[in-house]
Design a binder for this molecule. Structure first.
Ligand SMILES: NC(=O)C1=CN([C@@H]2O[C@H](COP(=O)(O)OP(=O)(O)OC[C@H]3O[C@@H](n4cnc5c(N)ncnc54)[C@H](OP(=O)(O)O)[C@@H]3O)[C@@H](O)[C@H]2O)[C@@H](O)CC1
Ligand SMILES: Nc1ncnc2c1ncn2[C@@H]1O[C@H](COP(=O)(O)OP(=O)(O)O)[C@@H](O)[C@H]1O
Ligand SMILES: [K+]
Length: 504
């Protein structure tokens, strides 16, 4: 699914108004109907509703929701933040209409008039939407804090008030919503990890915006959905043999971190690879052979860390390096040797990235078929400090183009930046995956997919989606608290089945 900017969404409104055609007031009525129906279905409309409106079109949505719910006998109180300015045309028209249904409308001119909100109350936040053009301050900031600090359930319309659709609102005042009701497509701000606690659960409601605009408009970012993954996932030939699915090589593990090698190896094998060889420190031989009998193990001459690259790289279809390899100088040499000699696709993760981060000229080291999978800290070591998630994403896109490789920025809604400028946010995964070894599992998956012939973008998009989905299945079975990284691998099968059964 495409992710549109606030400007593109505004243009989509206007395109619909001009080409459906439909009056803008009617479009607002449709927005309100979608929200009202959701509130009725979810039984929030049975509770005391406090609808807070600004004087823009977001506030207009709020007034129309109030009127529609009053016709359903809901208990509605409306508050309008008084700015001294006239509202937009659609706001004013909805205010006139609302006066015919209720007099329970309060104009808030100072904090003294803010209502006390209780646990059973439901707040509809229709203060500001995509028209936000500066951080909140003054009375509106006080009101947003008052509501956010109350025990009431908060449901924001379009965006939580104070959140910029297309840029960071880190360190700004923002409504803390339990639910956000938005329309048709995700906005970029819903996908930043730093905004997750403000958005609550996102619900995309259909309001019948014109499909031709969606088709014709190019989006800078997309979200990976089941059908995206399904379109990439290849069907296995019935007569296939293991030679058809590639031979992967993983450089993983060191003394005390053989577990990382076990985790990535198992995940690699469960991703459909034909053959797997693991190159690990000598101390890892017995544990690996015992825990992952399906893998071949090639031991380093050193007992505790990697000190020499594999003798014959040509046999392998793809290479993964990083999980648990440590930061020994000799291991750094192995990495450099590998980067010079290997011509096949490579996944670079964890300590491989940390070792790379001390090198000045990465573009001279990386060939075009690399996937880098940094988490935010590793990203910072590689590419420098950033102020917020928005900047991190922009820097990832710049670096992917500059280095001509795929960068998977691991996080809540992991972000994939491709060298051709395409960029994806993931839609699967959960906080249960914030547990040791989850990233090692991803490295195994990506290496396994590359070995099977998926290109770097395909492997990253499919692999990240499957990894998150397997994590979601694991959490459903085990709880987010109790799940561990091995559970992600255990549920990879269910994730593959889900993707292969999705109808495109
Ligand atoms: N397809 C869709 O998605 C549809 C969307 N629709 C809805 O319309 C909404 C967009 O409406 P909108 O353009 O009128 O903007 P909105 O957010 O109400 O703000 C208005 C004014 O607020 C002000 N302002 C800005 N920043 C401020 C601040 N920090 N503190 C205080 N004030 C601030 C600024 O005015 P200023 O004060 O600068 O004069 C600005 O002009 C959208 O989110 C959705 O809910 C539907 O109805 C139709 C289909
Ligand atoms: N809150 C979350 N929501 C979604 N995915 C998450 C969340 N926390 C972690 N993950 C995923 O789990 C993985 C963690 O990777 P990483 O930080 O490298 O772990 P480790 O180093 O322990 O292996 C990443 O793929 C990340 O996207
Ligand atoms: K809002």
């Amino acid at each position: 699914m495409k992710i549109f900017t606030a400007e593109q969404i505004r243009n989509w409104d206007w395109y619909t108004i001009a080409n459906e055609p439909i009056a803008s007031l009617q479009l607002m009525e449709r927005v309100a109907a979608a929200c009202s129906n959701w509130l009725l279905e979810q039984r929030y409309a049975q509770k005391p509703l406090h609808i807070f409106c600004g004087k823009g079109n977001n506030g207009g949505d709020g007034l129309a929701i109030a009127r529609q719910l009053l016709t359903q006998d809901a208990d509605v109180t409306v508050y309008i933040l008084e700015t001294g300015k006239k509202g937009t045309d659609d706001f004013q028209r909805n205010l006139e209409l609302l006066h015919k249904y209720t007099s329970n409308i309060h104009f808030l001119q100072s904090a003294d008039f803010f209502p006390i909100l209780q646990l059973q109350d439901v707040v509809i936040d229709a203060l500001l939407g995509t028209g936000l053009d500066r951080p909140l301050e003054g009375l509106i900031a006080e009101l947003v804090q008052h509501i956010s600090n109350s025990p009431a359930t908060v449901i924001s319309i379009d965006v939580p008030t104070g959140m910029f659709a297309d840029k960071s609102c880190k360190d700004c005042i923002c409504m803390r919503a339990d639910h956000t009701l938005s329309f048709e497509v995700y906005k970029q701000c819903f996908l930043y990890a730093e905004n997750a606690e403000y958005c609550g659960s996102i619900h995309l409601l259909h309001i019948g915006l014109h499909p031709a605009y969606y088709e014709a408009t190019i989006a800078a970012h997309q979200i990976i959905e089941s059908k995206t993954a399904q379109a990439i996932c290849k069907k296995r030939n019935a007569a296939a043999h293991k030679g058809n699915f590639g031979h992967a090589l993983l450089f993983a593990g060191s003394y005390g971190k053989t577990g990382a090698a076990v985790l990535s190896s198992k995940a690699c094998l469960r991703s459909g690879v034909g053959l797997l060889t693991v190159h690990t420190a000598k101390c890892g031989y017995i544990p690996l052979q015992t825990a992952v009998p399906e893998a071949m193990v090639e031991t380093d001459s050193n007992e505790q860390h990697l000190s020499a690259a594999s003798a014959d790289l040509l046999r392998y279809a793809a290479i993964g390096i990083g999980p648990g390899i440590g930061l020994h100088e000799e291991t750094a040499n192995v990495l450099m040797q590998l980067l010079q000699q290997a011509h096949q696709p490579i996944v670079l993760d964890a300590d491989a990235l940390n070792l790379l981060s001390i090198k000045k000229d990465l573009s001279a080291l990386l060939h075009t078929d690399c996937i880098l999978t940094p988490h935010p800290k590793e990203f910072e070591r590689l590419f420098g400090k950033v102020a917020n998630d928005f900047e991190r994403i922009e820097r990832a896109k710049e670096k992917a183009e500059e280095l001509n490789c795929v960068i998977v920025l691991k996080s809540h809604h992991s972000f994939i930046a491709c060298p051709d400028g395409n960029a994806w946010f993931n839609s699967t995964g959960n906080a249960g995956m914030a547990t040791a070894g989850s990233g090692d599992v991803l490295t195994g998956i990506l290496t396994g997919l590359l070995a099977q012939g998926y290109n770097t973008t395909e492997a990253a998009v499919l692999g990240v989606y499957l990894h998150g989905l397997a994590g979601d299945f694991a959490a459903a079975e085990q709880s987010q608290e109790a799940m561990i990284a091995s559970d992600i691998t255990a549920f990879l099968g269910k994730a593959f089945l889900h993707v292969s059964q999705t109808n495109v």
